[in-house]
Design a protein. Structure first.
Length: 167
């Protein structure tokens, strides 16, 4: 004999909703997060200044956790997140100190450093624990040339993206 239990939600003992089932019988995954933002136009990076990248194009962010005014990702669900960033310099000028970093709450969390020889691209991937109640992520570029150089605004080259792995 088989039994069918009909529910719309499953909660833990404290009453917090753990799983919701939509009208089509599918598990609602709105608590899962994925996002991708791009830099739409070139951005100048001043000498010796870790500068927040002004990602201005939201490709996807179903939970609306991207804060476009502060250029940061602020997830409200705790868990481990895989975060990836890429950025390409918009110059063929040769210089030695070129850094890109993923920052958590304003502190460098993961970085990539290279010598720019011809429009080099930084790529970073990391996993971080986010508390879901105030932690935020942004990406910053730094260079030490004595001049200002631009990061290329291109949807395939200068991006910040990530997704929640588990809670």
């Amino acid at each position: 004999m088989s039994s069918v239990i009909k529910v719309d939600a499953i909660q833990n003992q404290s009453g917090t909703s753990a799983i919701n089932i939509d009208s089509n019988g599918r598990v609602d995954t709105t608590k899962e997060s994925v996002f991708r933002v791009n830099l739409g136009s070139n951005q100048n990076i001043p000498n010796q200044t870790a500068t927040i990248i002004n990602f201005d194009t939201v490709v996807f962010d179903p939970n609306s956790w991207w804060d476009n005014s502060q250029k940061r990702f602020i997830p409200t669900v705790a868990g481990y997140y895989c975060v990836m960033a890429s950025a390409r310099w918009n110059t063929g000028t040769d210089f030695d100190i070129a850094d890109y970093g993923i920052y958590k709450n304003g502190t460098l969390y993961q970085s990539a450093s290279l010598r720019n020889e011809r429009y080099e691209t930084h790529v970073i991937t990391t996993i971080m624990n986010i508390n879901g109640s105030g932690d935020y992520i942004d990406a910053r570029m730094y260079q030490d040339t004595g001049s200002t150089y631009a990061v290329r605004g291109n949807a395939q080259e200068t991006t910040l993206q990530g997704f929640r792995i588990l809670g």
